[in-house]
Design a protein around this ligand. Sequence first.
Ligand code: ZN
Length: 354
Amino acid sequence: MPYVEGKPFGEGPFNALQAALSMAEGYGFSITNYDNYVGTADLNHQERQLDILAHMDVVPAGEGWTVTKPFEPVVKEGKLYGRGTADDKGPAVAALYAMRAVKELGIPLTKNVRLILGTDEECGSSDIRYYYEKEKEAPMTFSPDAEFPVTNTEKGRLEGHFHASFAASEALPRLVKIEAGIKANVVPGKAKAEVEGIELKTLEETAAQVGKATGISFTFEQRPSVTEITAQGAGAHASTPNEGKNALTGLLCLITQLPLAECPQLSLVKSLVKLFPHGDTCGKAIGIDMADELSGSLTLAFSMLAVGAHSLEGVFDSRCPVCATEDNVLKVVREAMAGEGFTLENDSMLPPTM
Ligand SMILES: [Zn+2]
């Protein structure tokens, strides 16, 4: 989203914030707009005791909408459909209505509650950093942006970025390229590759076997010199990778089963299958499978990969329980990847919060 003067996160978040603030103002709350990064609504003018953090921006609309289009909300059978109804506009409105109920019932209060509406939660929360550069946080804060009733622990995160370069090879049959993934925190539902010098029949036979084993389906499109392979799985949020079917890891299974000529590129792709095998959503193969009672199991989603003639780069998203440290996660991953010829670019990870 290009930066536009006065609309730091583009048109959509800007419009959503304007709409939310005018709603809040309509209910008689005093509002403040922090340069369209964040807007706030105050319950009263007392000393601030509680901040409620919600956000007006949404994740990309994606494909596969059946009940309505992502930005044409409808109510059907008592449910509201549309992008952001659950994350996080619905909860923001619920919080606003809770404040409205307290206000309209005339319940006497000695402290203030402030609803803080952000517009960049999904892309790094620079909105909230901007806000807290100007304002102090209240003694208590909660965010209606997770499961009910309450989450008081958050897993750590390693968004791993890695790369490798290698000598190009023209030997046939060969892998021309791989392109997969849209965001680090999304399990790819679709992944594409191009191969050269392989019969369609061989591709289809191998795809049938791999499809059976992985649950990923494959289609082929023949171009003048190459065949494009599309792997179709099911997308999911990277924090719950077992709810999806990772098209990227499925695609890598297929590619490494094809009778391709040996070359440095192919052996690195085989290493990726070793480190991130299809169906391994807990980092077992790479050596960081761990769990604790408080925050559950580590999860890992191999979410993005671009492979070309002489280099590759990839991203994975790991959510780490409270027992995770840089020693037992970051260091282990770095060494495992280095052992297979990859450079992990991260020098730190986001620690768990509790
Ligand atoms: Zn959210």
